[in-house]
Structures are given as C-alpha cells and as structure tokens.
Ligand binder design. Structure first.
Ligand code: ZN
Length: 543
C-alpha cells in the first residue's frame, strides 16, 4: 500500500507526505529507496532508455508489479492517483535540455498530478533544484555515491576533485571526518532541505534562477520550459503573497509575468477617458504608497489615466497596482534596459495602445522606460507628448506635466472596474458601488450590502455571494448534490471553468448550496486528479 498527499505546491514542484507500508516520508526526499520499495532491486525491465524507439519500447515494456510504477515517454500512462511513479534514466535527460522538456511535458500531461515522482540515480546537490522545479520529489543516493567512487566532492555549485574536502568549503560531519561519501550524501540532503524551504515559501523559481547559473544545460531547461507558456501557465498560481525577485534575464519570460501582460492586453478594460500619462515605477509597492507616486498623483489629480511603464511587467494600469505580481516584484534598478527588455516591453505597449487608443499620451518618463515608450509609439504610428527628459519627480518636470493636463476633465476613479475586468474577464457595472477603508485595505459596497474586498496579500478581489451576482459568468465550479462541510474536495467537483487557476476566486455552485472560496488547483488539475482539496471555502449558503 502506498499513498501520496500533496501539502504545498509551487508550479510543478510540491511538498507532500508519501505513506508506505514501512514509513511516512516527507517529500522532497532522498533515501535508500530499497527501504521503501524492497523488490525494486530485483525488478526487470526498468532500464529502458528514454530515447528508445517506439518499436523497442513496445517489445520490452517495463514490468509494472506494484510500486513504484514505471512511466515512459513512449508508453500510455499506467499510474493512478496516489501512486509513486518512476522515470528510469532521467539523469540522461539532464544533458539534453530540449528532450528533457519535451519528455517532461509529455509525461506530466498524461499522469495524474497527485502522484509522487521518483528519479532514480539522478539527484545531486547541483541539480535537485531543477529536478524539483520540474516536479520530481523522490531521489536516492546512487548519483552522489557514483560521484564518491569517482573521487568527486559534491556541492550545489558543482562537483570538484575530492581534495576540496580539505578546503573549508563545508564543515559537515562528513568533512570533519574526511568521509567523502558521508559529505556527498549530506550535501544532497542539505540542498533538498533548502529546496523544500523555497517551495514552502512559494519562491522556488527565484532559487532556480540563481542556482542554474553555473550549468548551461540547466539554464537551457529553464528557458525551454518558459517557452512552453501554455503548459507552464496552467500549473502556476494566479497570485502569491511573497516578493517576486525578478533579478535575471529569464524573469522576462517567466509565465506569471507573461500572463500578467497578456491579461492587461486582452482582458483589462481601461476607464472611459482619452488622455493617458505614462509614469515610471517605484521601488515601493504598491506604487501609490511611494513618495514619487504621491507627487504624481497630486499633479495628475485624476485628469488622465495613469499607466506605469516598468520592467519586467511592461505596463501596469494604476488600478492593477496591487495585483500579483505588480504589487510584489523587485528588480535591480540601473536605469539601463537591455535590447531584449526593450523589445519585449515595447511590444506589450504597442499591443495595448492598438487595442486602446487615446487622444493624448503624455510620457512622463526617462531612461529605458522612455526609450520603450518611443519605440511603441513608432510601432503604432502615434505621437507622444513629453513632460520630462530627466528627473520625473523634479519640480520642473511636475510643472510641465501639470501644464500639459490643464483643461483636461477629471475622470471618475474606478479602481474596482479595472480590477474586476482583469481578474474575471468581464465588464461589470460598478455604478453606485462605494469604496471604504484605507488603501490598500479596501471594501466595496452598494448601499449596506458588501460586494467585494481587496485581498491585500495577493491584490485579488474577493467577491461576497452578493458580489458574485454581479459577475455574469465564468470562474464557477459545479459540485454534486451535497452541502460542503468546509473545503470542497476534488471527488465532489463535477465541472470547472477552464480559465480557473490555482489561487483564483471562485463561486461553487451545487443543487443544495453555493459557496465562495479560492481554488486550490487549476481546472485541468481538478479533472486530472482524484484526491485533495479543490476549493478552500470561505462562506457557504444552503439553497
Ligand atoms: Zn561536508
């Protein structure tokens, strides 16, 4: 008997508990796998190469007798929810990034998500970050022991000749006793503990971007995975509560960054005005709380739609400044934007302005942001007005901006309408809805009926049951004929809007009850798993 329960997810990575006949194991983990799968040593047919041609695979299929269940890119999935699956030879994929990603996506798409993933003879301190990021959770000591036999000293930064044990790089008990095997095993366990910590804090991507720098193949794997945007996007939460460190070139292609830009362009509905002012970002988030944006706000005074030009997100309309990752990212600020940043971000601005034309666009920008705005204006054939060439917060620039806006009409401040369009893809009538509270802790009601509140952790809008009445369609999960007691579990779900992602606000609809809550899985994942929580319920109403 075996059972795997996922505890915390971060993209494809997970932590969880693997319950076997002999022990309960917290994953990710490395151990002598024979202690939990004793018959694995004597099992035949587990060494079929990943690249074996289809005819050979059909001729020598892996013999699946119990756990772990062998899966192979060329074979149908034999695994079920709760199983531990094994991908033999995965270490060979690590040196072939394109195949690594193609095989991984193929295997992930056909296997239930609530399975533990074992990569035999693969885990090293220098690669478990990317293996866990790819959705592997269980490792053995064979790869590190092989390095020991080759007299190699394993670290997260790579493998060095064994005399490095005397260099003071590590002070573990293995190193103190000049025991290379013990050091190598402990280094693997130590790195897995660190990876687990980053999964638990929802920041594994930040660690992977940092760790992969010393290995070109790992950088390539990360980039190939990002290039499979539809696959990555559906596995990533719609919002997190932590800082997103956008410190590397890869941040620009991170699926969550791209999803934000796509939704700004395709879902978001700007207010009814034909004057826009482009503003620089601020280190403090949300921008409105920074000194510079307080100044901009006083000068603009509602006479233009405020759009913040920033890397790596591209364009953040003022109304969306709290929503993840706009309210959460941190970037190294040098004022210099490289060619790729300029190309990607000017493309976002171009698409936005083609979709939403303005009569006047005032660029209150300098440096890279100004360059990008000029590129976009050229692409769309529009003429920008400039209110500064340097120091956007200087008195001269602020006066020019004030003068440029003289005579323009004040527009209605409707943060809610913009946020609802971005989050639910709907044009919702917000007339008569009044905000209360101190920004960003906002509550929205019509008369005495509370409709929405802003989740200051994620920046998402939380509708009440009355608020859901205003959202015409989408983001619904249908359940069987029962009244949920607490969270809705996967087996109770009968249908889910395909747009739903992990972390989305959803309405649960059943014959006997409706409920508000937050999705714990994407719609696709709910359908491809048999166990676990589907919706963390906030409020239930019997009908
Ligand atoms: Zn050591």
């Amino acid at each position: 008997m075996i059972r795997f329960d996922i505890r915390k997810r971060d993209g494809l990575a997970r932590t969880g508990i693997l319950q076997t006949d002999v022990m309960s194991l917290k994953l990710p983990a490395a151990l002598e796998v024979e202690t939990i799968f004793p018959d694995l040593e004597t099992r035949d047919g587990t060494n079929l190469p990943l690249c074996a041609p289809p005819a050979l695979v059909r001729h020598y299929p892996p013999l699946n007798t119990g756990q772990p269940v062998s899966i192979h890119p060329r074979l149908d999935n034999p695994a079920q929810s709760g199983d531990c699956v094994m991908v033999a030879g995965w270490h060979t994929a690590l040196s072939n990034p394109r195949n690594y990603v193609d095989w991984l996506i193929g295997l992930k798409e056909k296997t239930p998500i609530d399975t533990a993933w074992y990569a035999p003879a693969s885990g090293l301190p220098s690669n478990v970050h990317i293996l866990c990021y790819s959705g592997f959770d269980l490792f053995d000591f064979r790869a590190v022991d092989l390095q020991t036999s080759k007299m190699q000293f394993c670290t997260p930064e790579g493998e060095f000749p064994a005399d490095a044990i005397d260099g003071g790089i590590c002070t573990c008990s293995g190193c103190r006793n000049k025991n290379l095997k013990m050091h190598n095993r402990q280094a693997l366990l130590c790195e897995l503990a660190l990876v687990t910590h980053f999964i638990e804090t929802s920041q594994l991507r930040d660690l992977v971007e940092s760790r992969c720098r010393l290995n070109a193949a790992q950088v390539a794997i990360l980039r190939h995975l990002d290039n499979h945007y539809p696959f990555m996007e559906q596995h990533l939460p719609v919002a997190r509560r932590c800082v997103m460190r956008a410190n590397s070139g890869e941040s620009l292609q991170r699926a969550e960054i791209r999803r934000f830009a796509e939704r700004v362009i395709t879902r978001y509905l700007p207010p009814k005005t034909d004057v826009a002012v482009l503003l620089p970002c601020s280190a403090k988030k949300p921008y409105s709380l920074s000194q510079s944006h307080r100044k901009f706000g006083r000068v603009v005074a509602g006479r233009a739609h405020e759009l913040i030009v920033t890397s790596p997100l591209g364009l953040v309309p003022r109304e969306l400044e709290c929503i993840y990752p706009a309210g959460h990212y941190d970037v190294p600020v040098t004022g210099y934007w490289d060619a790729e940043e300029c190309a990607v971000i000017s493309e976002i601005l171009t698409r936005y302005f083609k979709r939403h034309p303005y009569r006047r666009i005032i660029a209150h920008l300098e440096g890279g942001a100004l360059k990008v705005a000029k590129l976009a204006a050229e692409n769309c054939g529009i003429t920008l007005e400039y209110s500064c060439e340097a120091h956007p917060t200087g008195e001269a620039a602020l006066n020019r901006l004030d003068n440029a806006l003289a005579g323009e009409r004040r527009i209605r401040d409707d943060r809610l309408h913009g946020m609802l369009s971005f989050q639910f893809g709907a044009d919702i009538e917000t007339k008569g809805i009044i905000p209360r509270g101190r920004f960003p802790e906002l509550f929205y009601s019509r008369g005495s009926v509370q409709l929405f509140s802003l989740d200051t952790g994620t920046g998402l809008i939380r509708p009440t049951l009355d608020g859901w009445d205003l959202i015409p369609a989408g983001y619904r999960i249908t359940i069987d004929d029962f009244v949920p007691e607490g969270d809705v579990l996967v087996p109770g779900v009968t249908g889910a809007d395909p747009a739903i992602r992990d972390g989305d606000e959803v309405l649960v609809v059943g014959a006997r009850a409706i409920a508000t809550g937050r999705a714990a899985l994407s719609a696709g994942e709910m359908i491809r798993s048999c166990r676990g929580v589907a919706v963390r319920v906030r409020k239930i109403k019997r009908i």
